[in-house]
Every structure is written in C-alpha cells, then in structure tokens.
Design a protein. Structure first.
Lengths: 333, 333
DNA sequence: TCTTATTGCGCAATCGATTGTTTAATAGTA
DNA sequence: TACTATTAAACAATCGATTGCGCAATAAGA
C-alpha cells in the first residue's frame, strides 16, 4: 500500500494524503472531513509509509551506525543494550557492525554505513588507524570506550588511567611487587591508558619495575590463557596478575587452574571489567567496575547534541575498585 | 558526490555512468575508453552510490532485521555475533532490535522494520503473541531459539526437550528425586519444551512428582535469585535445582551463597546454557550446552534459502550435557 | 551510392514520499 | 455586480540511482 494507492481510492492527490498523514492538515488547511477520510482509509489498510522513499526525500534516515569490536564480549553487549534502548526512545534504529577488532572490517563498515546515509555513528574503534574516521563527511560521531588522543573526535570512556592506577595501587598495598599485567589490543587508548596507570602506580610506590611484566596482545580469553601459561613457566612467577579485561581474566583463571595452582594462595588476580558472575567464581574475582550504563547513555546524549549542532565535551567516567578474595595480602607482618 | 555530478563533470549522461559503475558496461556496449574515464573519476572522488536511492529503485535493501529479547544475555550476544558475521559475508547488514522480552516492543519492532523494507527477518520472539509475525507481508522470516508449534514459520532451535530430558535424567541418576526447576518466560517454546523434557524424564524414571517444583517466570538473574530464595525457605529444600538458563543459574548461585549453603554439599545445581566461565565457578557448574554457532549459521542459511524461494525445513539441534562438580551424587550405596 | 547492421550512448520514466507554488472554488466586501 | 480574500486541494519538481527503449553515428555489405 502506497500513498498513491490511497490517493486513488480516495480520489484525491498524493499531496493531500501525505499532508494529512504527516499531521500537516492545519498548516495546509485540509478540511476536517477530507482529513478524516484519509485517516480512516489509512487505518483500514494499516498503511505505513515507505521509509526508504521518505529517507531519500528528507535526506535523513533516523538510523545510527553502531560499530563495536566484539558483541560477544559482555562489556560491549551491555553497552549495545543500553545504546539500543536509548536510541529507540529517540526514534532511531541501530545498524550493527561487529569488527572483530579488525581495522579492515572497521574501515569497510564505515564505508557501508556512510553509503546507507546513517545520521550518526557510535564507534568503539580498533584503534590502529583513524584516517577512515576522519573521512566521514562530517556526520556526527562519538567514540566509545576508546579514542584518539591527538584527534578532536568526541568520546565517552571509562577513566582507564585512574582505574588502572587504583587497581595497581591496591595490589601494591597488599604487598605485591612482582606483578604481571596482561594487556589487550596494544593500540587501543583503553589499553594504553591502563598501562600508563599501571606504570605510574608502580613508579609512585617505588616498585622495582625489573620485576614487573607487561605481556599479551588482544582482549581474548585465549590471550589470557596463553599469556598466563607462559608466566607460570617462568623462573620467578609473579605474585599477582592484573588482567586488562574480563575475557583475559577468564583465560588467566583457566591457565592457573590447569597448572594445578590456586588463586589467591599461589597467585593473586584482578580484572579490569566487572561481570555479574565474578562474585561467584572460585575464588570471587576482584575487579575494576566500569560504569557501562552511564557510558552508553552519555554516548547517545552526546551524539544527539552533535545532531543538534551543539558543542559537546568528551568525558572519562570514574570506575570503581571491587576487592574480593582473588587478591591476597602478602604483606609481612 | 552523486552520479549526476559525475556525469556532469564527464559531460555524459547518468545512464552511462550508472551502467559503468554497476559493471554493466559490456551488456550495454559502453566503450572501453568511456568506461575508464568514468571509473577514474569515480575513484578520484571516492564515489559511493547513495544506497537509499538504490534501495528505493531496486526495491531491495540488503538489510536484515534481527529481533532479540536481550542482547546483554551472552546466549543472544553470541548468536548475534555469529549472525552478523554470516550476514556480512553475504553483503547484508543488520538492523538490531532488543525487545527486552516485551511483546509490545516486539510488535513495534516488526512494524518499524517492515517500514524500513528489510529483505528478511530473524526473530527470537517473546512467544506470547504471534499475530504480528504473520502480518509481515510475506517477507522471509526465520525464528531463532523459540518458535510456535502450530504455526508454519520456519525455525532453528536447540532441541530443548532432549536437552532438558537428558539433564533431568542425569540428576535422577545421581540420586536426586526432590528437584526444583526454575523456569524462564513461561510462554516461550524453549521454556515449554524444557519443562516437557523435565516432566517426561521424571515420569519415565517414576519419580514422585509431588516432590518436584516448577517455579519462576522469566530469564533474569533476579528471577533465579528470588525463586531460589523462596525454595531455600521451604520446609523441604530440594536436593537439586535445574535452572533453565544461564542467568537464572547465576541468580540461584547468589541466593545459595547468601543463605550460607554450599553447592553441591547442600544442594546440586545444573544450568541450561553453557558459558565459558562455568568451569571456573565455585563449584564448576554443570550445564546443557547449546550449539549456539550452529544455530546462528543455520538460521542465516535458512533465511537465504527463503530469499531464493527454496523450500526450507526447520531444525532442532542437539545440545550436550556437561557434568561438573555442581551436581553431587546422593545415591545411597 | 544506398541500405542494413552494429556500436555507443542518452531520454525519460520509475521507485514512494514530500513540499513550494498554483489554481480553482467559495465566501466576503464594496 | 465586480472584485478581493480566503479556503481547499492539486501540480510538478525533487531526492539519487536504475533501466526499457530509442536514436544517432559509424561500419559493413550490396
């Protein structure tokens, strides 16, 4: 059913039908009677306008592109949830792209989304390249979780530096000086800032960095597993491991279990990212909790400010340390 | 940049430009030289055709609507991942809708997606109503995870009945006769079949059903928590709990922990849905593992068969029992 | 030289909805 | 009655790409 067919049946022009159905009857002085006839027939046929045609004409799609590295990572899944709900409230729909943390797929996704004329973009970028993020015809874009320091693209992220600094300080306060940090994707701002916070805390507390390690290379369970395995085979096993996201932490736990060791007796563990099941693990896993919901909502709000041509500010939201049994104090008393 | 602007610069018609850019140069005998000029200019301007206009003209959007009850549930998040990847391979994009397991939102989502002229639908329905799923203008649709028995809409799902039957039989074989089953959304086919499997296993093993309980009403952590809490306050606490999804299981564990009880000493627990961290829980959680990846891939394949007007068949894929320490044998020897 | 094929490309309609500008009809005023 | 306002609704262009049909121009054949 199209507006034209309605018009034919009603024996009037598409113009009139369109104006009634878009609520512009008053503005264009359509008579009460005519308007009612249009509405009745539209309802009878359950008419819904073709959005494609509408989008073309109005040069607006009410669609936002959401680019995410890994929707199966609960951190991003929760973020996507919050974002979808927030956007729906504002009558926008979400075109979802999962980049698998591959820059090529990210570039391709940007191209596809631009071709589809999305009104805006929410991107958690891989972080290796950014040229494609600057060639987006100036459509509103907000980065999530990760950003580019030297670029002016607005972003909403956790204060990864602070979170990591707190986490590391906590480990040190518990007597840990031989700490291994298993990182995620090296180029991401999230990772870089977590590493910075880690190193700054070590420095501030005058920890001998010859005894600390940074290893790993992506945000996967496998990376946590393999990295931990190699750590456990070293001559001097660290007393604590700081896993830079929830999936890495899971991998680390598996490796430690398989090696027949115990957390926290043999080694302590702390994860960046909190998950609902962390308190149920054996042992309950200490973590840095990111304000996921706030990030999603702030990102959507910021995007809408851009859509309304307002000035926006980026923000780094504070995470919280949740100490649990997985970190043991080894302070000699 | 539009095809028209290109045509103007090249001093030729949009027709020619379009034909070259859609690779129809041969078919319409565009000269080698002309074709090259078009391609060169298009590349120079990084021209990408406006998909909205294209979609309108071709009556095809290369977009699939994905309707899911809860993207933050790792089961659906993983499914979404698989589906997104499979669709991308086939040059389709995903419009994502999260219904929060609310029928109203599901109905609204269908309407929105139809208005946007998606080429097909992948739906994990709430399950309470289906009328809106039959008024979809015959666009190809495949149900995932949940379906409607008396309807002919094709579906791909786990064999929930078999999984639940196996799980229950396993519990019984371990000596459990006072079993509580905490269910999810009552109307979903997944839930109904899991309940059926549960009851059939009880019957086949001649378990006194006066001692078994079925309670709960949705797939949330809270439901698991509250249901378990009420169970633990009963005069006769069950010896085993069967949680009908991963989130319910988490809630149950929390409640048991809070009550100061222990799994499996005081009570055994088994979950429908496997998650990577289950083996790391305290104690490692027994589960029924659903073939998530297979479901996603099969759903996309089936959808494409529909798009190609082929006949399709629904399927129920077999899950696997993974016994772990959370279930204790209480067989008297 | 004249007719017929073939080559190369453009005209104009189309997809469905929106909207600035007109037009026709009716009402109101002098 | 003649003329201006006002009311009600239609015309036609537009968004950008695609495509059936047609028309020159050139080449080939008689």
């Amino acid at each position: 059913m199209t507006i034209k067919e309605l018009a034919n049946q009603l024996n009037m022009s598409t113009t009139t039908v369109s104006r009634v159905l878009t609520g512009q009857e008053k503005k264009y002085r359509i008579s009460e009677k005519t308007a009612q006839r249009v509405k009745d027939l539209a309802k009878a046929h359950q008419f819904a306008p073709n959005q494609i045609a509408r989008n073309l004409r109005l040069q607006k799609t009410n669609t936002i592109g959401l680019i995410i590295p890994d929707i199966s990572n609960p951190f991003f899944a929760n973020l996507a949830r919050t974002i979808e709900v927030a956007l729906r409230k504002r009558d926008k729909m979400v075109l979802l792209c999962d980049t698998k943390d591959e820059t090529t797929i990210e570039e391709e996704s940007i191209t596809l989304l631009l071709g589809r004329k999305v009104d805006g973009l929410l991107v958690a970028p891989v972080g290796e390249k950014w040229a494609h993020l600057e060639k987006t015809n100036n459509i509103p874009m907000v980065l999530i979780d990760r950003y580019f320091e030297h670029k002016e693209i607005p972003y909403i992220t956790t204060d990864n530096y602070a979170g990591s600094y707190d986490a590391t300080s906590f480990l040190i306060s518990q007597g840990h000086h031989r700490i291994a940090c298993i990182q995620g994707l090296v180029h991401t701002s999230a990772n870089k800032n977590r590493i910075k916070g880690f190193q700054k805390a070590l420095a501030d507390h005058k920890v001998d960095t010859a005894q600390t390690f940074i290893l790993g290379n992506d945000y996967s369970v496998e990376n946590g597993y393999e990295s931990a395995k190699s750590l456990l085979q070293a001559a001097e096993v660290p007393t604590a491991i700081f896993a830079l996201n929830n999936q890495i932490a899971i991998g680390v736990m598996k490796a430690i279990n398989e090696a027949g060791l115990h957390i926290p007796e043999n080694i302590s563990l702390l994860s960046f990212d909190e998950q609902p099941y962390f308190e149920l693990l054996s042992p309950p896993l200490s973590s840095i909790k990111q304000p996921m919901e706030e990030i999603g909502i702030a990102a959507v709000e910021t995007l809408f400010e851009l859509l309304e041509n307002k000035k926006v500010t980026s923000s780094r939201l504070k995470p919280t340390l949740i100490p649990r049994a997985s970190v043991k104090s080894i302070v000699k008393s």
